[in-house]
Design a protein around this ligand. Structure first.
Ligand SMILES: C[S@@+](CC[C@H](N)C(=O)[O-])C[C@H]1O[C@@H](n2cnc3c(N)ncnc32)[C@H](O)[C@@H]1O
Length: 211
């Protein structure tokens, strides 16, 4: 979609190779092409290795996968825009990811993230009660399994206050109820005890920052 909308090149950084020419993926791309304007479709089709052959894959000069165990891009001042959705709550090393993002962006470049701070199915009755597990227990049960890292919005603010990215917008998407916040408060694990009630209630957010 980015290429169809005029991006010169798109890099996709992940820990796992997610692209594949399965029937399902090809059908999804075909459906996306079908919904595009003629100009968008033309720009998207230009990126295929073999014109009009969806299974031929994408030209490396237009779409490049950067697959590394760290998930870091390793790019240097090459990106105008960094985008993620439902990724930052999974990264093992949030400091390293933001530092990588800052290095990857050109001066003036923008980073746009949608972060899901919900439990991903790992709470019981209260949407915040997954924050009561002690950190070592949570890590030994769930690290390296794609389970949320549990960092709350205060951690993001702290990281951004130390780096070269300036916050332009930071807005919650979903909030826990006051009763859930009050009920979980006395049982919180150490990393979450100093959170304000407001920060504790954030179950997701949009973040826009600029280098
Ligand atoms: C819940 S999926 C979201 C995928 C996609 N953005 C979406 O919205 O459907 C989380 C993705 O983050 C990736 N991921 C986990 N840790 C990462 C890291 N350190 N750097 C980059 N990607 C990472 C996972 O491999 C997975 O593809």
């Amino acid at each position: 979609m980015m290429l169809a909308n005029g991006a010169r090149k798109v890099f996709l950084a992940d820990r796992f190779p997610l692209i594949g020419d399965s029937d399902k993926n090809v059908a999804a791309v075909r459906e996306l092409l079908h919904r595009m304007s003629p100009e968008e479709r033309e720009r998207a089709l230009e990126c295929l290795r073999v014109p009009a052959e969806l299974r031929s894959g994408y030209r490396d000069d237009r779409l490049e996968y950067l697959v590394r165990d760290s998930g870091l891009s390793g790019l240097r001042a090459e990106a105008d825009l960094v985008v993620s959705r439902a990724v930052l709550e999974h990264v093992d090393d949030l400091d390293a990811t933001f530092a990588d993002m800052e290095r990857a962006l050109k001066p003036g470049g923008v980073a746009l993230h949608l972060v899901d701070l919900k439990s991903h199915g790992l709470h019981t009755r209260n949407p915040l009660d997954f924050l009561t597990w002690p950190e070592p227990l949570w890590r030994s049960m769930y690290s390296a399994k794609g389970v949320p890292n549990r960092w709350r919005v205060d951690r993001y603010r702290e990281i951004l206050s130390n780096g070269g990215l300036r916050i332009e917008r930071l807005e919650p998407t979903v909030l826990a109820g006051e009763r859930d916040v009050a009920e979980v408060r006395p049982r919180l694990a150490a990393p979450f005890r100093n959170l304000s009630d407001e920060d504790l209630s954030w179950l997701g957010f949009w973040l826009v920052c600029r280098k």
